[in-house]
Ligand binder design. Sequence first.
Ligand code: SF4
Ligand code: SF4
Length: 345
Amino acid sequence: MEAGLSGAEKKAILLAGGSVLLPKDFHLPFKASRSTAGPGAGSVSVVFTFEGLRVKKSISREQGEFELLETVTGLCMTHRGKPFLDMVEIQPTIYHSPEQAFINLHQECIYDCKFCTSPRLGKDATKDLDLDKVRRMIREVADRKDLCAVSITSAVVGSPKATIDEMVEVVRMVRSELGNDIPIGVEPYISEASQIERLKDAGADEIKMNVETFDPEIFQKVCGELDLDWIMEALGHAVAVFGRGKVTTNIIFGLGESDRSILEGVERLAGMGIVPTLRPLRLNEINRPVLEEVLGPIEPVSPERILSLSRRSKEILIRHGLTPTTYRTMCHHCRCCDIVPFADI
Ligand code: SF4
Ligand code: SF4
């Protein structure tokens, strides 16, 4: 065991590190997740749980910074050859996430955010879905005891309005298939404030619209086609429609921004009633060249920075009486890709 590390410290090392090597001939107890959105997009991943925490990691049969080992008492994990987790389990996902059907409708996007892997995936990795396919997927998992939430995301196809029209239909269908008890989260790109009401009226309970970065220069280089002022305005409107503690947003860190810009952003959002996700940048062979072309060489995110930002964000949330643990959908509920204040630290 790496001496005396807390569960959160181990999770931060996992989040900052590379793949997990599986034992030869190891049979996964559950189907691996082939995500088309989120930090693991394009890779085959598995959710590992240990010490009450969970983390989604890409897996490999050839090499890995971490190695999963079978012992007589179960599974354990090493890190760079040294004992790391003495007990680890593999948790099933429903779609993409444990306990959630988190469905990405489309991957090809009219925008080109440089960190985003989804639009750069090959045709074989994408799963363009329509209303009927999503209905079939929902019916397949409707009776699962572990289904706690449905979340819907999508790249922007054709236009923001066309994508919202489709998402509204999907949310309405999910609500009619599963009834009123299941929480539904949506992660749209909004082009008109009224689209937020439409998603709420269709049956969505929580909404996420992503800021990505509060550093204006980096925003321009990385998501230059989007408009940060508009996203903030839309987030404010979303709080008026969905309520305090029902709206969220991603802030990606590791793009060269300062801690100060992140924490000032958290303060601003918390003041609006929004709990952001602080998401360490995940680099892979798809997004690294595109990002380095606009940002130059990128320093890897350290486990220490992941932990420190999460701790300082927690202090801000405490002052505003907010917590991610009241959210019932999407990443705050999933807890696989970040150090989640209150849940992990
Ligand atoms: S809007 Fe940006 S982050 Fe979202 S899917 Fe399109 S390219 Fe990716
Ligand atoms: S934390 Fe969010 S991005 Fe990561 S696996 Fe869960 S739902 Fe997907």
